[in-house]
Write a protein that binds this ligand. Sequence first.
Ligand code: ADP
Ligand code: MG
Length: 698
Amino acid sequence: MENILENFACNVFNDSVMKQRLSKNAYDAIQNAKIKGEPLSAERADEIAEVIKNWAIEKGATHYCHWFQPMTEVTAEKHDAFLSKTKDNKIIIEFSGKELIKGEPDASSLPSGGLRATFEARGYTAWDVSSPIFLKTNGTVTSLYIPCAFFSQNGDVLDKKTPLLRSMDALNKEALKLLRAIGDTQTERVFANLGAEQEYFLIPRDLANKRLDLKLCGRTLFGELAAKGQEMNDHYFGTINKRVATFMQSVNMELWKLGVSAKTFHNEVAPAQFELAPLYDTVNIATDQNQLIMEVLRRTARDQDFKCLLHEKPFEGINGSGKHNNYSLCTDKGENLLSPGKDPKNNLKFLLFICAFIKGVDTYQGLLRSSAATAGNDHRLGGHEAPPGIISIFLGEDIYNALYYHTEKEINLSQKSKQINLTSSVHNVNKDISDRNRTSPLAFTGNKFEFRMVGSQQSTSAPNFILNTILAEMFSQFAEKLEKSKDVNKTIIEIINTTLKENGRILFNGDNYSKEWKAEAKKRGLLNLKTTPDALKYLADNKSGELFEKHGVLSPREQHARYEIYMNRYANAVIMEGIVFEKMLSREIIPAAFDYSSKLSMNINQITKAGCNVPKSSVCKVNKITSNIDDLELMCKELANTIVSAKKNGDPEKRAIYVKNNLIPLLDKTRGYCDNLETLLGKEAWPIPSYTELLFSL
Ligand code: ADP
Ligand code: MG
């Protein structure tokens, strides 16, 4: 344990290292930049850069890089050595303030949604002082990583970090306004915290590499289901396989060095599925850290002969992976604004913040849903392990009743026992204020909301900048009412009543996986957005545009660029799956099936020649296989044609919709034929690893 503490964040230029190494003035300058947004002077920046460089070099670094989050789901970096030339051509070790603060990586091939025409392709990175600088070693190179924003020559935002930072400012500003309106004069800052639970699969690398679909798409495009799935519930929370435990500890140690407080690990529901959860942090830092978590998982897996699958649905028939986004609101005084306290019904401040959630989520259902819309997540949302495409909020009986206590609705406030008493040898435990609802997309879990729609491989930026912005808007609306009020408590009760009347339809405490809920949600007029193109429309509409513009989170140009990028990304992901499927069929599956059927036919011939009875079923099987081959050949042609037509479609929106309507159903149909063929071929004849081998070989 001592070792953990000694090594924890040893590679991070964090607050305590800054205090130790920087002059008081330099330290204060960074704090002012962080809190008040005051720019650093050139001299101060040089002084800070010098200290950081010396620290980095002492720890073995030779390079620095501006680390940023472009509009892909991964991070980007370009490394520069701490080298420079003097006027008289001598090589020296140098790292200037300018190099620390600003970079021009070009990076013109990263998606910009039309915000950067390549002939004027300047792209810049700038240091985000709110997230700590760190060192990372890759093979034999150690580099200094400077978390950065990424934007174009004319100031258009090209990354995932900036809107999140802007939304934090908006949230802080409007939350403070609301707090002031209800008499809080003390709080100086409000921020959102995020704890992102990360689910993933681990597969033996040699097996994964034998499948082109896993290699290129991160998921299996077909495969006969294994005889065993997750029905025995013996993997979930089970004893951890020794190789996997070793892997997890390597991941933990790597993350601890990077200052990421990896806390929990366990087996997840599906075979070969696992989870890692860190301690929560402010949303921007937690988002940076989640990127590091995904990267360390992938890299450690490679080092230890695993393949880590972060895709939302690597295998049909068993659970996919999500990223449960635990979100809360806190003040600089350490208060959790979503904490109900001992008597929630009389905690009007808490109920007011809950109402902001209810109204915000109901008003912007489509926008929030769009924040989890990706081609991968479409396979997961609505499956039997993940919430459907319908957004609703679970509050739990106690909080639900606490709200309705202030209305005319009759509620049952029966006093339930506060303790659970099982038997004499088991310690009594206190009951939590709310139960859990694992089926809800947005569940209140005691003092935070768990947004469970988020996909496992996506950045946590969008879900959180959208939550922040929606809440900022609600705080602003409530503050306006309360600022004019002569009786604050009475106005809060009015807000509770109006919110429940107008937005109460979003509350649902039942089973979100049930058919009945789909019908009920429709009656309530809630949106059910099943696919990415359907959901993304709400990112691009005027209502969202006005919201983003009002709170300074995205300009209309930036909003539409994002829509275009995401539509493109969706179409490209599905088109790639189509190409991979066609290749696997024509180069591996069909030839193998043909060989197998020829071999069977030859065997049948020999049995006939020997004068023996040929089993009728064998002849029948050969015919089934050959007819299946014909079907698949046809599918290959159809796939190829559909891909050509999809690619011809230049407009991102039209292309995405074409792909959704034509290519997705075709992939499903092809899969049906292919899975059938797998059941007809002998085990040795199937040319790629089966579900059984992939999921049960550890
Ligand atoms: P479970 O799987 O039971 O939901 P985990 O322990 O796997 O719980 O994950 C819970 C996550 O929620 C952790 O990342 C934890 O740090 C985070 N969390 C706990 N309290 C808060 C809070 N107040 N705000 C944000 N996240 C929180
Ligand atoms: Mg968990």
